[in-house]
Design a protein around this ligand. Structure first.
Ligand code: 9MR
Length: 381
């Protein structure tokens, strides 16, 4: 049986029930899926989270904190279908530290309170990333020494603040480029370290050490996209993780984001997960979605219908195979979809003409992907 943190979190949830403000977050309500409606008011065994528990993994979702607070249907799906939640945006640097010395914890704390009240674990996302940085930082004039101090202060402050609430932290996000050389991304942190006469990559080892000192219970992850395929990027990431481990850096996991697209072949995901796991660490699918091209309306806008029916079927297949790959690897204990429904996915805003990447449709109805995932979980249990 795999290790899960549900027991601890269930205990925390009971404790927190006393203090969590009522009203904003309802207790679990009947699942949105009609076939699960016999479990009215409880978390059904045939929900994703119920089946995932039987299979020994956490089934998670990236949560939009605004919708969680304001939209009952959305909240109901999050709380009944998933055992793990990731903050889609509210723990990122620009959101949590919008001005120098100012930390705004409210949205992230509300998300955590809801998770604890619903027996869910939380994946922290993310302490260090080159995107979604606050403008005071990106437009400020700081010396390399000051930048290093800002980095250390941020990592320690945020990790300490949430210590005890986070199961897995994406400590660093997307540190490699997506090129044929498998090169390291030369972010402002990288450049600051070089300016200080240190190897640029050394900031990564430092932030893992600071995060571990601040929260020794959370499992500390490096998270990236396109690690699913064996190639220059995943090979470079693999070698880098090996170096970190050799240097006793407290890294305990690698997150494979899993942003897949039917125009590319299905990756050799299982063997890639396995080789990272064989380094003695955990692995996880952290941001899964499967996009495809969708049809266009006469007015030029896009629908949510796959343009090619065969590729629509392939989306279902990719979801199932991604989950199967995780389940086939002992050290893969967590599988997260990057959003609840196609109505709140990042995909259409980033990839013109693509969409339909999630497992609930625009009206929050389960798609065939949802049923395929339940079938995979049933088979695994
Ligand atoms: O889903 C997130 C979207 O709402 C933000 O606008 C976007 C900004 O970069 O970030 C999205 O989440 C990203 C995640 O944090 C890291 N991996 C890629 C995800 C999709 O862009």
């Amino acid at each position: 049986m795999r290790t899960t943190h549900l027991i601890t979190v269930a205990a925390l949830a009971l404790a927190s029930l006393v203090v969590v403000p009522t009203g904003a977050f309802a207790a679990p309500a009947p699942p949105a899926d009609p076939s699960a409606s016999q479990h009215s008011g409880v978390i059904g065994q045939d929900t994703l989270r119920g089946l995932a528990e039987e299979a020994g993994i956490e089934f998670g979702v990236a949560v939009n904190a605004d919708l969680l607070a304001k939209n009952g249907k959305y909240r109901n799906i999050v709380n009944t279908q998933y055992s793990s939640v990731t903050a889609e945006n509210v723990m990122k640097w620009e959101a949590i530290n919008p001005a120098p010395g100012v930390y705004d914890w409210a949205a992230a704390e509300a998300l955590i309170a809801n998770a604890e009240a619903n027996g869910q674990v939380v994946r922290g996302h993310t302490l260090v990333w080159h995107n979604q940085l606050p403008t005071w930082l990106t437009t400020g004039h700081f010396s390399a020494e000051e930048l290093r101090a800002i980095l250390e202060n941020h990592v320690r402050t945020v990790a300490e603040h949430f210590a005890g609430d986070i199961q897995q932290w994406d400590v660093v996000n997307e540190i490699f480029n997506d090129d044929a050389a498998g090169s390291f991304r030369e972010t402002l942190w990288y450049q600051a370290y070089e300016e200080l006469g240190l190897p640029g990559e050394q900031y990564v080892a430092d932030v893992f050490r600071w995060a571990h000192e601040a929260d020794s219970a959370a499992l500390l992850f490096y998270n990236d996209y396109n690690l699913e395929f064996t190639g220059p990027k995943s090979n470079a990431a693999y070698a880098f993780v090996q170096e970190l481990l050799a240097d006793d850096v407290p890294i305990q996991g690698v997150g494979f984001q899993g942003h897949l697209d039917t125009q590319y072949g299905f990756p050799d995901l299982q063997s890639n997960l396995q080789r990272f796991a064989d380094q003695g660490i955990e692995v996880a699918l952290t941001e899964v979605d499967v996009r495809t091209f969708v049809t266009q309306k006469p007015n030029g806008t896009y629908t949510n219908t796959p343009a090619d029916a065969a590729e629509g079927a392939q989306q279902v297949d990719y979801w199932a195979r991604t989950l199967e790959a995780c389940l086939a690897v002992e050290a893969c204990n967590s599988f997260t979809a990057w959003g609840v429904s196609d109505a709140n996915s990042w995909i259409p805003g980033w990839f013109t003409g693509q969409g339909a990447g999630l497992i609930f449709d625009l009206h929050s109805n389960p798609k065939p992907q949802y049923e395929a995932l339940r079938e995979v979980l049933r088979n695994a249990a």
